[in-house]
Design a protein around this ligand. Sequence first.
Ligand SMILES: C[S@@+](CC[C@H](N)C(=O)[O-])C[C@H]1O[C@@H](n2cnc3c(N)ncnc32)[C@H](O)[C@@H]1O
Length: 251
Amino acid sequence: MAVDGRRFFKRERPNFALQYLRISLTAGKEGTWVFKKIYKILEIPFIYRLAMLILVPGANRLLKPVYNKFFNLQLGKVLDVGCGPSSGTTLPPQGWIVGVDINESYVRSFTGGFLDQDPQLVLNPPADRRYLGYLSSADRLPFPDASFDEARSRSFFHHMSDPEAAAVIREMSRCIRPGGRIITFDVVWPRRAWTRPFAWLICRFDRGAYVRSESQTLKLFQETCPGHWTWERHTYSYTGLEYLWLQYEKK
Ligand SMILES: C[S@@+](CC[C@H](N)C(=O)[O-])C[C@H]1O[C@@H](n2cnc3c(N)ncnc32)[C@H](O)[C@@H]1O
């Protein structure tokens, strides 16, 4: 039987772009080839920084007053969990900042080329370096107890399931001294999608599969590490993205 050419082209020729869009929007980002490729490319430090500039415009300006409020710049030793490639993402203290990440090129970019091996080095860090960096998963930190004055993380916990996140919070708490602080800030879902549509879309397609609401985030931290937590919610980008800032002091 002869094939009707017009019918074939109209109805049966697959439109790959539309198919991917439809699959992505309905079936979820994790399963699609397009998103896997995009997430892989983001592992290159330069591309990650570029993506941040495009998707999170205004972050430096909007975060400056919040940084000044939360970070104590006098502190000596700070642990940055899931540090990523940029040393300037959180304000460094006078002293040392120790980054931990599972991506080696991010760690090297964070430290300016170094990849440290000996975890005991954080007890007596070298005077000629301010940035140290370790390749490690944050739920099994290699450092001795009470090694740091502060443990912080930015945009990290939405990469962790609840059990993984709880393990990281316990590790952060173990690694700070009594009187030390945990400061963490992470993206949260907009309260209503239609009032912040760009933010909602960015959360929907983020590499991290565990973006939480404000109440889910609070529950996770308070239940894992009971004690006195304070928190604030701030918009950190002109796209409407919001961070929930949490602070905890260890007794
Ligand atoms: C969204 S990025 C944030 C990076 C950086 N904190 C910033 O604000 O630009 C999340 C980071 O967490 C790291 N990461 C993901 N899972 C991790 C794990 N189990 N342990 C340590 N780092 C992890 C990723 O490699 C990535 O650098």
